[in-house]
Design a protein around this ligand. Structure first.
Ligand code: ADP
Ligand code: TRP
Length: 329
């Protein structure tokens, strides 16, 4: 039997090049290997903990869906769906809540970070925390355990959530007999975190991202905002700079070597950014065309997701029916 890979991305903002290199590209590469059976989904109910409006939910959900498709996800090979289309997830979520200690949720990083922030500010420790945030890890465990996933590719920040999912599966199995597969993370520990415009980790929460799919004009303007030092044209540049780090991701080894030489010889930041724009734009262009095609043909995207949901629910029903029998309902 093939091993199952499952992962989800939350539609909480426009996909950026950090998401592409850190999550989307490696997942698509895995889906091309015959030995794996892949389930990739849009974690829209997880996004409810941060999104404020229905418009944002719609916009970002299509953005993430079209991004996956534009980046090469093949819906014939990958079961591709929206979490909210799988009601079985939410039934399992409740069942799993009953084999999850409250203390385990108290120790979850995202919740703990809120509590610490509140305590520092002298507020009530649970100020601004709703049950969606608190139960988030259980819902994530349901996403994973419902599909008997063996491996879950995620960034390092999600490692604890995978451990929690394992714990929950283990608790269920101990109580009711071996039923749920205990998943492993698939974490590229040595993966270098992509830097954003300001040199910190590229992240929606820092507002320092390079959005994957925008017009060429917006892309150029964004790249012009990459923070540099104040060295003048003619002065040698430090290759530890953000411009060079980003360039490397998009260019061949030969191009990168040439670019590095020019920076050391004093290429001005303005010209360096022009060259950076050229390589990024060339890389993104064919995918961008597909992205805008799908954004203009949302009915096709809806069909792909509906067909994915049907395939996913077939598997989900089987797991849930086993679980229900074990419980005695
Ligand atoms: P953000 O930090 O922008 O909110 P998410 O948390 O939604 O991004 O990340 C979705 C996926 O993209 C995760 O698997 C995460 O590991 C990956 N990712 C996000 N930012 C980066 C980055 N700067 N470098 C590498 N991978 C990233
Ligand atoms: N919590 C994940 C994130 O923030 C998204 C997610 C939800 C997920 N359910 C999942 C990832 C199941 C992997 C498997 O990135």
């Amino acid at each position: 039997m093939k091993e199952r890979i499952l992962t989800g991305i939350k539609p909480t903002g426009y996909a950026h090049i950090g998401n592409y290199f850190g999550a989307i590209k490696p997942a698509i590469e895995l889906s091309k290997e015959e030995k794996f059976d892949c389930f990739y989904f849009i974690a829209d109910y997880h996004a409810l903990t941060t999104l404020k409006t229905r418009e944002e939910m719609k916009e970002y959900t299509y953005n993430i869906a079209c991004t996956w498709l534009a980046c090469g996800l093949d819906p014939e090979k990958v079961v591709f769906y929206k979490q909210s289309d799988i009601p079985e997830v939410f039934e399992l979520n409740w069942i799993l809540s009953n084999v999850t200690a409250k203390g385990l949720m108290n120790r979850a990083h995202a919740y703990k970070a809120c509590v610490e922030k509140n305590e520092t500010a002298g507020e009530d420790r649970d100020a601004g925390v709703n049950m969606g945030l608190y139960n988030y890890p259980i819902l994530m465990a349901a996403d994973i355990l419902l599909f008997d996933a063996n491996y879950v590719p995620v960034g390092l920040d999600q490692k604890q959530h995978i451990e929690i999912a394992r714990d929950i599966a283990n608790n269920f199995n101990n109580k009711y007999g071996q039923t749920l597969v205990e998943p492993d993370g698939y974490i590229q520990e040595d993966f270098c975190t992509l830097v954003g415009l300001d040199g910190r980790k590229m992240s929606k929460s820092y507002g320092n991202t390079i959005q994957l799919f925008t017009s060429e004009d917006v892309l150029r303007k964004t790249i012009n905002r990459v923070v540099t030092d104040c060295r003048l044209p003619g002065e040698p540049k430090d290759l530890d700079c953000t411009v060079y780090k980003l360039y490397k991701l998009f260019a061949s080894a030969e191009q990168t070597e040439q670019f590095g030489k020019k920076l050391l010889e004093g290429l001005g930041w303005g010209d360096a950014k022009k060259e950076l724009f050229e390589v990024v734009n060339k890389f993104i262009k064919p995918m961008r065309e597909k992205y805008f095609y799908f954004m203009e043909h949302k009915d096709e995207v809806d069909k792909i997701l509906a067909s994915g949901a049907e395939k996913a629910r077939y598997v989900a029903r089987k797991t849930l029916s086993k679980v229900r029998k074990r419980i005695g309902v």
